[in-house]
Design a binder for this molecule. Sequence first.
Ligand code: WT7
Length: 649
Amino acid sequence: MVEPELSNLSHETRTFAPPPELAANANLTAQAYADAKEDRIGFWGKQAERISWAEPFTEVLDWSDAPHSKWFVGGKLNAAYNCVDRHVEAGLGDRVAYHFEAENGESEDITYADLLGRVCQAANALIELGVKTGDRVAIYMPMIPETVVAMLACARLGAPHTVIFAGYSSQAIQDRVQDCGVEVVITADGANRKGKPSALKPTVDKAMENCPAVRKVLVVCRTGQEVAWNDERDLWWHDLVSKQPTTHKCEFFDAEHPLYVMYSSGTTGKPKGVLHTTGGYMVGVSYTHWAVFDLKADKDVYWTAADIGWVTGHSYIVYGPLANATTSVMYEGTPDTPHQGRWWEIIQKYKVTILYCAPTAIRMFMKWGEQIPAKFDLSSLRLIGSVGEPINPEAYMWYRKNIGNDRCPVVDTWWQTENGMILISPLPGVTAGKPGSAMTPLPGVVAAVYDEAGKPVDKGGAGYLVVTEPWPAMLRSLWGDDDRYKNTYWSRFPGVYFSGDGAKLDEDGDFWLLGRVDDVMNVSGHRLSTTEIESALVSHPAVAEAAVVGAADALTGQSIEAFVILRESAHGGGEDVVKQLRDHVADQIGAIAKPRSIMVVPDLPKTRSGKIMRRLLKDIAEKREPGDSTTLADSSVMDLIQANLAGAK
Ligand code: WT7
């Protein structure tokens, strides 16, 4: 499989018009672009009608304190009420909210009425643990219904949650729990993964050694494996939650009340606590979920095949779909357990109509072969989506043909943790999609491509992707670090949001995403920081210096390649040191951050000002002749590295 150069993608000329039937019945028509253009604020005010407000807002947007936005000023609402209670009150209690499918094939249908009872129980349990409005709760959980219940219970109480992806290490939990000032953690004994139980609680236990502020750890029994127990601190979910009343009268909070914090990697070693608030976020996710997926809540069976531990799961497994009273699939396992057709079997079983997943998964399915999905009945599908990284035309075409049966529109959706909601995407009933392009900003969203000097480029030009007007689900700040918020997103081009992505506009004015322009990597749709991995490597006693680059990879988008200079004392460690270092990174951050290769080098290429020239290392990692090295302080370094690598083979 040959990965085309990203910059060549926009030579693609194929287009796929919306299926006529879908276009005729689409939730949004081309008129929406015109309406939003004419009165953008009024357009968002209208979208806010999708949400139930306990008190109406008096102003749609207050941008007077930019870059801090306030949306739906004065409005009061409860996110959990909007996701669950109001649907039950409207007579939809019997509708399935989730078809939960466990890895081992066990399954459970959870209706909106069931969900309401469970969320109320969990909220009552958190109250018993002393959780109050404004307190932060960390959630480190497998992909199980209790995870959604825990999030909604927090939202119901106005206690912002911070969900930590269950692949992260103790160190990562500790950093997030401390940064966010968490006092209560919700976790499970373990998760089912690849046919085996894998432990979660020991990872939390280890983190807790350095988190004295955490008073209580609430533990769901998922796998039944042996766990260590701290009687003072630990409580079983089934002991505490199950005995609670299934009703709870919720309070309503200000539109700008914090809903959650999601940590994401930036260009420095320290993850950023991206803060989302309630009103704008709920409007943004419900609108985009309805518009981009053309959701028909009474007919569709919707599946986001992602983990709730990432923003995709927050917005399009939990808040967006539930706000829209959707029936969703929630799947606990990996795509190849117990067989490589597992996803297609699930689509067949539940007659899934809309699938949303990442290009890295699609490329993996391509590698496994089209004969696998061909064995299943995928005729229920009517729309398929992609998110997390640029989708190369080859993967797009494979997805369209083998999963979408050349019938379903593909929506390639661009957005980020910070955005909270999809910003750039085709509208399935309007846009003729092009393989590899996210097409245009959604109605209500205004984005542009800027050149180095901050001038919008013309059609055919390339540069930096910026969002030029605020949008409702935008992050409000970084938890505890507002200066970093302003510097990271609003200083590169004053007054507009800098995404950190490169993009190109084609001759039609459609957007083509070109990947990150900063030190952020995208590995299998997971965002990782080169600096964060470098810090992890350097924290090992054997390492004197480290440089990390993301190299193009046909399957995972990018792969992590590390170059290290060892300390004198560690020389001669060979293979052993490399293994130790990979494990050390897993320990510091999580297994997803393990470098694919670690090359021991005598020196690193640096400019006269001491900046590592990662571009040259990237050339080596991607097995190219290194480019121009004339600005190096010591130009012999590259020869030395290459001689060294040749010698090591
Ligand atoms: C970065 C954000 C938002 C969901 C998952 C990732 C890349 C995301 C696309 C797309 C090209 C994409 C960007 C972005 N990205 N979607 N459709 N086409 N690139 O969230 O971890 O915050 O990562 O993912 O580089 O900056 P995230």
